[in-house]
Design a protein around this ligand. Sequence first.
Ligand code: HAM
Length: 453
Amino acid sequence: MDEMEADKAGKPGNGSNAGESAKRPVKPEALRAVRGMNDILPEEGETWLALEAIVRDWLARYGYRHMRTPLLEHTSLFRRSIGEVTDIVEKEMYSFVDALNDEHLTLRPEATASTVRASIEHNLLYNGAQRVWYCGPMFRHEKPQRGRYRQFYQIGAEALGHPGPDVDAELLLMCARLWSELGLQGMSLHLNSLGNSAERAAHRHALVEFLRGHASALDTDSQRRLQTNPLRVLDSKNPAMQGLIEAAPRLLDYLGNESLAHFNAVRRVLDDAGIAYQINPRLVRGLDYYNLTVFEWVTDQLGAQGTVCGGGRYDGLFEQMGGKPTPAAGFAMGVERLLDLMRGASRLPAVRVADGYLVHMGERADRFAVRAGEQLRDAGLAIISHAGSGRFRDQMKKADASGARLAVIIGDDEADAGNVTVKDLRAERPQQTVPLTQAAALIEAWRMQPAQP
Ligand code: HAM
């Protein structure tokens, strides 16, 4: 028996203080959520659903189809795709050994690797290229602060099997459309190209030379990365390193004709579409799987965590994961950051409120109210039925507090006559008593012609 059950049963939780706890039950300590992991309570939950509905429609208009992958994957998946020498793999993964079968598992820190794994496993591209999207929680053991959580949500889109710059540009057009439809301004697009592996090797050579020449200025992390993955030195967040990073050789200067042509083709579509961007040669992204186009959408409205969306092309990842060579590109955006931005701009989406709150008093009224509620819901209306008993005044107070637009009132008199009384809770107009069969039409008519508040 645990402590709580013991309390309920009036029995002591353990033998040592039996006499005392029988007199004075110990209040169990309230449990809290894990640090950096947030509860999304109903008021916010409704906003999340409203945003997700907008997002679903937006993605469907570009032909993206929904998929879901498990939250847990084999640790090796992320080590191989994101890269051993990245912040995510080195410091931020929730990894553990499943004691039941000795498997090394990790809570996904992102979903591109899982999408590629699932595509290979199920031969998803058998009939050609696919555009897919996902939405769900990701886990990174970062230091929690505004916009940075240990469990956070991403909405991501991946275009699998398309080699051309047209798809990279389309991904960016999609984002620009979403910002505009959400009414968000001031989102700036940072763009770079990471070229191909030969170009990265040539740049790496020059970068290593440069960094070795400034070895004393490197922090400990960067000294280590210089040996293992020098490009990651450019990813350092240490302010003391920024001057050096600025002066380091730029990958853009090592691009050959093909990579440049790809980059320019992406830029041309953006120019044609009137989407502003800035080329940021220092943009390397925090994951190793990228090549050619990489990008981030950044805002100055969110303090330190200003990157709302990031992505790029990852043509080598399928092969690296044991699949056939398959070009691919995509992005993911942080839902908490997006909502924070929308809140700041007073652009949170409207949430659905209940159409009516069913107030009922009396034995016959209670029974009729069940029928009335179901019938109104048959007509597509959202109806909250008062639960339990309560005086009329109290029920009306609850109706008001519920946010519902109307009260649908039923007393025994109404029940006997098969009527309901409909009262507008948000505007001045006379209440009306109508047969239940006409109630849905009346409520609908009032919805279409709102009275003055
Ligand atoms: P990422 O840049 O690591 O890329 O994450 C994408 C977005 O997730 C970030 O821009 C940010 O908005 C949000 N985010 C990341 N970490 C946190 C956190 N700790 N708390 C809150 N929000 C966070 C990826 O994950 C790639 N898989 C994107 C991609 C898709 N590339 C190609 N396809």
